[in-house]
Design a binder for this molecule. Structure first.
Ligand SMILES: C[S@@+](CC[C@H](N)C(=O)[O-])C[C@H]1O[C@@H](n2cnc3c(N)ncnc32)[C@H](O)[C@@H]1O
Length: 204
């Protein structure tokens, strides 16, 4: 998996672009800046946006190539983020710390998904928010027409509203919907697709 992503990121260009995901940006803009954790941060577009908005950013990913590109992007914008290589199996940060945990297109093997999601709840402070956008199971119907939309082809790695509701049952649901979306994020998220959007609050 690590090799797969290192190879994917081994290019000059940012495969998901340098700008943040739109759902993430809109939701983050509604919250007073504090501390944010971004698991599976890739090339850094979302964490660097948060840092530009005065958030204190911790991030991690399996991919050292993703980390290097993120650090270059941070330099480009003149901001700092604390980005470690690491895995969801062994998250390199402390729990009960964050005002926001944000998962953008972070897809896991089906057998691990629920445990990974539940683990992330323990990283939120009381009152903290979990923001998620990821491809829904219906996205598979869009990939023929829009091959550049991206997303796993394994249906078990794609999300449903019911799975997200159950994984994050300890959070108060503020937004939970599956919907069609137009993505224009680099060369690898381009076209019409289908996502699950979620915002939940941990009330302690
Ligand atoms: C589709 S990319 C999304 C990157 C970024 N969140 C974004 O939206 O630009 C998925 C990322 O998940 C990372 N990843 C996959 N499995 C992981 C794991 N178990 N622990 C940490 N990162 C993981 C990959 O290395 C890859 O960078």
């Amino acid at each position: 998996m690590e090799e797969f992503w290192n190879k994917r990121y081994d290019s000059e260009s940012y495969i998901y672009g340098k700008e943040p995901n739109v759902f993430f940006r809109c939701k983050l803009d509604e919250i007073t800046p504090g501390r944010i954790l971004l698991p599976a941060e890739g090339e850094g577009r979302n964490g660097i946006y948060a840092a530009r908005c005065n958030w204190e950013v911790d991030a991690f990913d399996l991919s050292v190539s993703g980390q290097m590109k993120a650090m270059n992007l941070a330099d480009e914008y003149g901001v700092q983020i604390n980005y470690k290589t690491g895995s969801m199996d062994n998250i390199p940060f402390a729990g009960n710390t964050y005002d926001v945990v944000a998962l953008l297109f972070a897809h896991w093997p089906e057998s691990l998904r629920a445990a990974y999601h539940q683990k992330l709840i323990s990283f939120l402070k009381p009152g903290g928010f979990l923001i998620l956008e990821g491809f829904s199971k219906l996205n598979l119907q869009y990939t023929e027409k829009y091959p550049q939309i991206g997303g796993p082809r394994d249906i078990g790695m794609l999300f449903s509203v019911d799975e997200i509701k159950s994984d994050f049952a300890d959070l108060e649901i503020l937004i939970l919907e599956a919907k069609e979306v137009e993505l224009s994020e680099g060369e690898n998220h381009k076209g019409t697709g289908h996502v699950v959007n979620f915002v939940g609050r941990y009330n302690g």
